[in-house]
Design a protein around this ligand. Structure first.
Ligand SMILES: [Zn+2]
Ligand SMILES: [Zn+2]
Length: 852
């Protein structure tokens, strides 16, 4: 069957999509093969598979397919990280409600419905991109089968004392009305104003005068002599009039502002440190919605911004505020809505962070690229408080706990009661006080509590399957090192005292074509589906493969995608040409076959090493270089005449092509699942995705064979150049080509040159014969002016042998003129056995072409 000329990616990709069975990629829990479990990132089900996700999934799929072909029992699960604020916000938007207008259960159901719909859409994209996902190991974090495990992990850690409840300052988003973790706070430089206030006997400087009502102390540096006499005295807070102590603390910078600062509960993290160290009282001036509380007096009920404006005006009028200066300040904001965060002290649930454990475990994991580990180490070093895991939201894993209505004691669920929602279900046993009346915990868990046990979940934790932790690979973006990587290490260590994975592979971010972060407002936003529609999944995957190295940011480029399509067409043309010629019957190879096979085995070796190191770009570039430059542009051109001919040489070329296309299909299989499957289907019955990665045949890697092949290739190229320089058609025949070299087989040179070729050894015995004296008009013109022309004519007509001494004597108008060799050039030609020849030198070989 002849293959069509054009590679129709659309038809072919659709065909295989409908042919492949999910079971081809199932993990076998009872397999004897070495395991390779991938702890894939569960994406947030927004309904759209983001291009950054798609890049990450390409990397995962390259690894999964490669490892399968290397004989591993691979699990490439697909998770969905469902819970969280973005879905709540979307549900409110789509239904035109706020979460408080419907019951908790109703609201939760709306979130579940939206998420279910979105997951369905995203599954389609994942399939279309050709990812070899193990759908038998799909997990959905909002399903009780998964969140029951999140709850079990909570209970286990609570029972071991790794989770506790406490009144402690936490980062709080007043717009989202929930506590958030440090990892969810984004710091941004903002312009602010430093206000100088007369503060009783002192002067202080503050950026947050609206917190004056929450002032609990004033601090100075103990070495600052200006203020030592005030330490341990009391001062009165302006406007509000309550008295606070002056304390000495080394961390006050005497050069900032006036050298006196006020401590409020809480302006920033430093306030929290001082508050703990000096055991200061708590004054809450801001409530959970970001409004001023009753202690703010006339400002109560105002937003913090309104209060700030009003109190500044009032203090200016009263002469309290005497100076203002501009200041650059890093302000923490909510990751989700960018509202500046507040620090509020509330009763929350916390997970203990043991920095040494995390650092030690991180060291047991291989980091690719290794410099990324520093990010985790730095982050671990900055953690000051434990991880606040309670959120005041709805769509999340419920915290399995109740409060006794009689004595107020907290009751945490037993593992065997799970999964459950404490707002729906009472505990099956009474409180220690005997009461059976409980209030269910309404706080829910941080979504990272769900996703940070993904490695445990996919490795069989709390199931009827064997526990196969650690997983082998965690692929993820570097942007979530401080969250997902950090929390997973923490939880795996805390729950099972094990590292979660052997290796973590970090991928970069995808930037728009303009080099900026992709965003709808910048108009540089690309969705993977659009690329697939225009150029096919295999072209998209090629961009992912060669776009950059793992760990670095990658610019999306239509040019690379189009180049990917072009490469597919080029490969297709090679295959289309080869198909009628190939044969799986071995025959004895010619030097050109051996050259190709040596290069091919070298390629297999290189690809294997680079795939083991996750260097997808290098691997793919090597394959492309081989297919394009070596196979298409050279081997096929050289072997063509044998393929069209007959005999042993033909059979050798047929077999060489067979081996090469078979090997190339398998090398390409991880990158181009559709294309490689299509090509392989013309060779063999089984799927290329169920065969092994090619083996290196070391015996075929041969430097001599490569040198010989290169020489043949270069000689052929030189003969082609010769023809084109002489205005001859490339298939025109040359008479009498003799090659002086160590070559023993010239069949492919003869074939490619369409001429008879004689092989000779040694060096040709040339005779050099002068043919003509070419006048140098520049010199002649200068010396002889008007006589230059006749002199030049005489030179051209003279017997060139007369100039053997280097000069020549001519007679012009009866006058004898002697010209030295600056006036002319002696043109020579080479003769071999009395015939004029052209000589091409290629490396150590000499090619002699007899002139007609
Ligand atoms: Zn927020
Ligand atoms: Zn009780």
């Amino acid at each position: 069957m002849e293959l069509p000329k054009e590679y129709d990616y659309n038809a072919i990709e659709e065909k295989w999509l409908n042919t492949w069975q999910d079971s081809m990629f199932y993990f076998d829990w009872n397999s004897k093969k070495p395991q390779f479990i991938i702890d894939t990132p569960p994406p947030y089900p927004t309904g759209n598979f983001h291009i950054g996700n798609a890049l990450n999934w390409c990397y995962i799929d390259f690894v999964a397919r490669y490892k399968r072909m290397r004989g591993f029992n691979v699990m490439f699960p697909e998770g969905w990280d469902c819970h969280g604020l973005p879905t709540e916000v979307k549900v409110e938007e789509l239904n035109g409600i706020t979460k408080s207008q419907v019951s908790r259960e109703e609201f939760r159901q709306m979130c579940v419905d939206l998420t279910t719909k979105n997951i369905e859409r995203m599954r389609k994209s994942l399939r279309r991109l050709g990812f070899s996902i193990d759908w038998s190991n799909e997990y959905i974090t909002m399903d009780p089968s998964y969140f029951g495990k999140t709850q079990a992990s909570f209970v286990k850690m609570y029972e071991r004392g790794n989770i506790y409840q406490q009144n402690h300052p936490v980062n709080w988003c007043p717009r989202c009305e929930t506590a958030i973790a440090f990892a969810e706070v984004e710091y941004d430089a903002r312009d602010t104003v430093l206000n100088f206030l007369n503060f009783d006997k002192l002067q202080i400087a503050t950026t947050r005068p609206e917190l004056l009502a929450a002032c609990v102390a004033v601090a100075v540096n103990p070495d600052d002599e200006r203020y030592s006499k005030y330490v341990n005295t009391e001062v009165k807070v302006p406007v509000f009039g309550h008295a606070v102590k002056v304390i000495a603390d080394k961390s006050v910078d005497p050069t900032f502002g006036t050298g006196v600062v006020m401590i409020c509960t809480f302006g920033d993290k430093q306030d929290v440190r001082w508050w703990v160290e000096h055991k200061l009282p708590l004054r809450k001036a801001i409530d959970k919605t970001g409004k001023m509380t009753g202690i703010a007096g006339k400002y109560a009920g105002m937003s913090t911004d309104e209060c700030k404006k009003a109190i500044i005006e009032d203090m200016k009028t009263a002469g309290i505020l005497y100076k203002q200066e501009k200041l650059d300040q890093n302000v923490g904001a909510c990751w989700r809505c960018k509202t500046p965060i507040e620090i509020l002290s509330e009763r929350q649930w916390f997970v203990k962070i043991v920095a040494e454990d995390i650092l030690k475990t991180a060291n047991e994991v291989t980091w690719v690229p290794d410099y990324m580990k520093v990010r985790l180490e730095n982050w671990t070093g900055t953690m000051e408080w434990d991880w606040c895991i309670s959120r005041q939201r709805i769509f999340a894993t419920p915290i399995p706990a109740w409060y006794c209505a009689e004595c107020g004691k907290t009751k945490v669920a037993k593992e065997e009661w799970l999964p459950l929602d404490p707002t729906q279900k009472a505990p099956p046993e009474a409180c220690e006080c005997g009461s059976t009346k409980f209030r269910g915990e309404e706080d829910v868990l941080d979504t990272w509590m769900d996703s940070s046990i993904s490695a445990l979940h996919v490795s069989g934790w709390l199931s009827d399957k064997p526990l196969l932790l650690p997983a082998q690979l965690r692929p993820q973006g570097y942007d979530i090192i401080r969250t997902w990587a950090f929390y997973t290490i923490l939880r795996s260590k805390s729950l099972l005292d094990k590292k979660p994975w052997d290796t973590i592979l970090l991928n970069g971010m995808v930037l728009g074509e303009d080099g900026h972060k992709m965003s709808k407002s910048r108009n540089n936003f690309i969705v993977p589906e659009e690329v697939v529609k225009k150029n096919g999944a295999d072209a998209f995957r090629q961009w992912a493969a060669i776009g950059g190295t793992t760990g670095s940011d990658i610019i999306f480029s239509w040019k690379d995608v189009v180049a990917g399509s072009r490469f597919l067409q080029k490969l297709w043309s090679i295959v289309r040409f080869s198909m009628p010629h190939i044969s799986d019957k071995p025959a004895s190879f010619t030097p050109v076959d051996l050259w190709l096979l040596s290069k091919l085995n070298r390629l297999v070796k290189e690809c294997t090493e680079k795939m083991d190191d996750y260097q997808f770009d290098e691997t793919f570039k090597a394959i492309r270089g081989f297919a394009w430059d070596i196979l298409a542009d050279n081997y096929i051109e050289l072997a063509k005449s044998r393929l069209y001919g007959d005999g042993e040489g033909k059979r050798a070329a047929q077999y060489t092509l067979y081996v090469t296309i078979d090997t190339l299909s398998r090398l390409l299989a991880p990158f181009l699942p559709y294309f490689s499957e299509e090509v392989y289907s013309h060779l063999k019955k089984e799927s290329v995705h169920q065969v092994l990665w090619p083996q290196v045949d070391e015996s075929l890697i041969d430097a001599d064979a490569e040198a010989t092949g290169e020489l043949i290739k270069d000689i052929t190229a030189a003969i082609r150049r010769y023809k084109s320089e002489h205005g001859m058609a490339l298939n025109s025949e040359l008479k009498g080509i003799e090659i002086y070299s160590s070559l023993t087989d010239a069949s492919d040179i003869a074939g490619a040159a369409n001429s008879e070729v004689k092989l000779k050894t040694g060096t040709p015995d040339f005779e050099t014969v002068p043919t003509v004296l070419k006048p140098n008009m520049k010199v002649l013109g200068k010396m002889y002016r008007s006589r230059a022309k006749p002199i030049a004519e005489a030179l051209l007509n003279a017997d060139p042998k007369l100039a053997a001494s280097g000069s020549i004597e001519l007679t012009i108008d009866n006058e004898k003129i002697t010209l030295d060799n600056s006036s002319f050039t002696v043109e020579k030609e080479r003769h071999l056995k009395g015939k004029a020849v052209d000589v091409l030198e290629v490396g150590s070989a000499v090619i002699v072409i007899t002139r007609k």
